[in-house]
Design a protein around this ligand. Structure first.
Ligand code: NAP
Length: 484
């Protein structure tokens, strides 16, 4: 096991009711480094009983936490934001080691993830209601916002810090307690975040973190427990569907940030160099392992050759290496399963007649590396047109007609992120209105922003994270009718 001061400094236990403790049966789970395939650390492997203990701690702390002053909650988040910023290198190293993304990108995630704490530290003091006179006079209508109650949070491995702070920030600001379960592949970043929140003085029981190799068995009883008042999940649509069913029993408030199948459209009037830059960001951020990743590139036939050749040059020039190597621009995929999926999708595309312009195979002696790949002539019936690729593969299709490309872009069960490039202002508005997606990037390849409402429609889920909307997910509206 290679040693790292960042990893050594992380508490490897469960964080329940303000105490660090082992799993009740003493079990641990192994965390691997995807760049080497070697073991990085062992952390506690929670049992269903540990999960229940975490919920009990959250439920017991809820009343008192809801009574704290908004300013106090905001200041805690502000301090946590400052400490995350001070410790950017440490968080970046943890994420690179457990998830694989290059250090420079991991630092970018620290900035992005930390910003949710700063944003919601400012929102904590702006929670407000309404007062009005009933239209028929007499009665006064008062609405107030109150914390939903204990929240169960489940986060994925691809953004180990930001997917946590995007939920924990607004929950703290709103006055909710919580049980957080990070993905088994990447628990270290969340445990380090819990240590940091403990250090800034978050009271015991407000945040509880459980790590487990049996997420289904541990989480289902918590989700079905009447003390849980909300479930917020970021992950795949398949798991999201299961969790929605489980939530139905308690009629839980639910937020679902699920999978995507983002179209990236380049019109003939686009600035092609800017579109290539945008496509590189939309495709290659996080090694292509992002829910917002450009999954289907639709390029106007008149500019398709130029676009594909420029994209292939850039993709072919990227440095693929262990994310800890400062030169690395593309790290490993998360595990062998991810490699198998990308290989199968590329094979299917090629079998159906697509051309590989650059890349197209695994690389490296150890770890889970896949070459940055550009594919052209992708047939519309290829599997990767319907499924999330979640890897460094840019697949290009061509079009000639605006209505036709919008119809193709919308022809998916998903509706998270979408992108298009044009210099025609009317077209920009027209296409933005027509795309059936929660988020649209116009002339840019990155749209995530803590000040904007992030979220999807259709099978990409419901609820919004970030922006003014993000805190409402953790608040209930109560109406009080007052007869004068
Ligand atoms: P996943 O397999 O759905 O897992 C997500 C989380 O759910 C992990 O913590 C996982 O834990 C847990 N989980 C799995 N099965 C569960 C069950 N039966 N009960 C309770 N929890 C369960 O997704 P992933 O592979 O980690 O993440 C990639 C997916 O997330 C992609 O589809 C991507 O598009 C989506 N995503 C969406 C957004 C968004 O904001 N919309 C952001 C990022 C990622 P274990 O892995 O430890 O079992």
């Amino acid at each position: 096991m290679a040693s790292s001061a960042a990893v050594d400094g992380v508490a490897k236990q469960l964080f329940i009711g303000g105490q660090w403790r082992d799993a009740t049966d003493g079990k641990t789970l192994v965390v691997d480094n995807p760049a080497t395939g070697q073991e990085l650390a062992k952390v506690a492997d929670a049992s269903p009983a540990d999960g229940m203990a975490a919920l009990t701690a959250a439920a017991d702390a809820q009343k008192e936490w809801a009574r704290t002053d908004p300013r106090e909650r905001g200041e805690l988040l502000r301090k946590a934001f400052e400490l995350i910023t001070q410790r950017a290198d440490l968080f970046a190293e943890l994420m690179t080691l457990e998830m694989g993304k290059p250090l420079a990108e991991a630092r970018g995630e620290v900035t992005y993830g930390g910003e949710f704490f700063r944003w919601f530290s400012e929102e904590a003091v702006r929670i407000s209601g309404r007062y009005s006179v009933a239209p028929s006079g007499g009665t006064r209508l008062l609405t107030m916002k109150q914390p939903v109650g204990p929240v169960v949070m489940i986060t994925p491995w691809n953004f180990p810090l930001a997917m946590g702070t995007r939920k924990i920030g607004p929950a703290i600001a709103a006055g909710c307690t919580m049980v957080v379960k990070p993905a088994a592949e990447t628990p270290l970043t969340m445990l380090a975040l819990a240590q940091l929140l403990e250090e800034v003085g978050l009271p015991g029981g407000v945040l509880n973190v459980i790590t487990t190799s049996s997420s289904g068995q541990v989480m289902e009883p918590i989700i079905r427990d009447p003390r849980t008042r909300k479930l917020t999940f970021t992950g795949s649509t398949a798991v999201g569907r299961k969790l929605i069913e489980q939530s139905a029993q308690q009629v839980l408030r639910v937020s679902m940030e699920l999978g995507g199948n983002a179209p990236f459209i380049v019109f003939d009037d686009a600035d092609i160099d800017a579109a290539v830059e945008g496509a590189m960001l939309a495709k290659m951020r996080n090694i292509g392992e992002a829910c917002t990743a450009a999954n289907r590139l639709y390029v106007h036939a008149s500019v398709a050759d130029e676009f594909a050749s420029k994209m292939a040059t850039k993709m072919g020039g990227l440095v693929v290496a262990d994310g800890m190597d400062p030169k690395s621009q593309v790290g490993p995929l998360i595990n062998q399963k991810a490699i198998d999926k990308v290989e199968a999708l590329v094979k299917d595309a090629v079998d159906r007649g697509a051309q590989v312009v650059t890349g197209g195979s695994t690389t490296g002696e150890a770890g889970f590396f896949y070459e940055p790949t550009v594919i052209t002539d992708l047939p519309a019936d290829a599997d990767m047109v319907r499924e999330e690729i979640f890897g460094p593969v840019a697949a290009i299709q061509t079009f000639t007609d605006e209505d036709d490309v919008i119809a193709k872009a919308n022809d998916t069960e998903y509706g998270l992120a979408s992108y298009f490039f044009t210099r025609d202002f009317s077209r920009a508005i027209r296409v933005a209105e027509a795309l059936e997606y929660g988020m649209v990037g116009v002339n840019q390849g990155i749209i995530s922003n803590p000040a904007a409402p992030f979220g999807g429609v259709k099978a990409s889920g419901f609820g919004r994270e970030g922006g003014f909307e993000g805190i409402d997910e953790y608040l209930e509206d109560k109406y009080v009718g007052i007869k004068l």
